[in-house]
Design a protein around this ligand. Structure first.
Ligand code: FES
Length: 126
């Protein structure tokens, strides 16, 4: 039912944790199940220098969190904004249909963290 890649990321999640002095933080909740995901980013020269996640959710949510940190790390902010919900699920070799909603959190939380970064930059410039 789950691909090997999903199981592997679930068992050995990459970049799990928090960045205490993060430049941007994005938290989203899943309306379907109530699970929560937070993404922390460090930005240098418009690139994601570091990224970590904390997820209170199911195995698929943890696997997608882990996968999105790998997809996004080192990318420019513009490139990271273009990572879609479908990209995350595809990179894991797909998710069971009833678990597709779990992959939504990862892309949404990443985008929210980047928006938070832009918002903070504007506040600094004021
Ligand atoms: Fe909630 Fe998967 S069941 S994110």
């Amino acid at each position: 039912m789950y691909t090997e890649k999903v199981m592997e990321h679930f068992k050995n999640p990459r970049n799990m944790g928090e960045i205490p002095d993060a430049d941007g933080v994005g938290t989203v909740g899943n309306p379907v199940c109530g699970d929560l995901m937070t993404i922390y980013i460090k930005v240098k020269d418009s690139r994601l220098e570091d990224i970590k996640f904390k997820t209170f959710g199911c195995g698929s949510a943890i696997a997608t969190s882990s996968m999105i940190t790998e997809l996004a790390k080192g990318k420019t902010l513009d490139e990271a904004m273009k990572i879609t919900r479908a990209n995350v699920a595809d990179s894991l070799g797909g998710l069971p249909p009833v678990k597709m909603h779990c992959s939504n959190l990862a892309a949404d939380a990443l985008h929210a963290a980047i928006e938070d970064y832009y918002k903070k930059q504007k506040e600094v410039k004021k």
